[in-house]
Write a protein that binds this ligand. Sequence first.
Ligand SMILES: N[C@@H](CCC(=O)N[C@@H](CS)C(=O)NCC(=O)O)C(=O)O
Length: 213
Amino acid sequence: MLKIHHLGHSQSERIVWLCEELGVPYELEKYTRDAVTRLSPPELKALHPLGAAPLIEVDGVLLAESAAIVEFILARYGHGRLQYGLNHPEFASYLYWFHFANGNLQPVMGRSMIVGRCGLAPDDPVQTSVQVRLDKVLALIEERLTQNDYLAGSEFTAADIMSVFSLTTMRLFHPVDLKPYPSILAYLQRIGGRSAYQQAMAKGDPDLTPMLA
Ligand SMILES: N[C@@H](CCC(=O)N[C@@H](CS)C(=O)NCC(=O)O)C(=O)O
């Protein structure tokens, strides 16, 4: 059976959620962040050189990187679900938004979190450039979700599964006010209405109220 190594309050919520959406049976091995450093505990670090979540194990293979894991699970268990194929008119959009999550959205949230902790002056050029990029990224998502119910288009796909962590749980680590982005907030409400999302969050992070507002 597929085993998910899930670190609480982390990007590995994506994998639990994907398995719930697809109805793929899985075993959940849960880990808690170190109370001081908020990094992985030693048991998770022992599994992989980076010690970061998510990790999955299946048929003796250990795989890291959430995008790789999502692609692996879709290829093996998806049977075409939650993705747009080559002949779909929104295939390029699907690829773009799938990769935007870890290529742009999550990195700028991480940079913004780190820069925010450096105590720089509000007009420091580094601080300003990161803020400008974050604002642009959120504005781009807002525009997309004003025109479409989901990131790849009219249907919910794995591009959404890749992106939602950065707009929700990531705000535990870096609070970002989403009030200026009503379409993102409406989208998060749609996501929160999905029973697979509710199941995943209840199983993986029962101590956390999903940050959908
Ligand atoms: N790009 C990787 C990022 C993995 C990552 O950095 N995970 C974080 C949780 S959100 C982690 O495990 N942090 C704890 C640590 O590095 O010790 C992915 O998408 O899987």
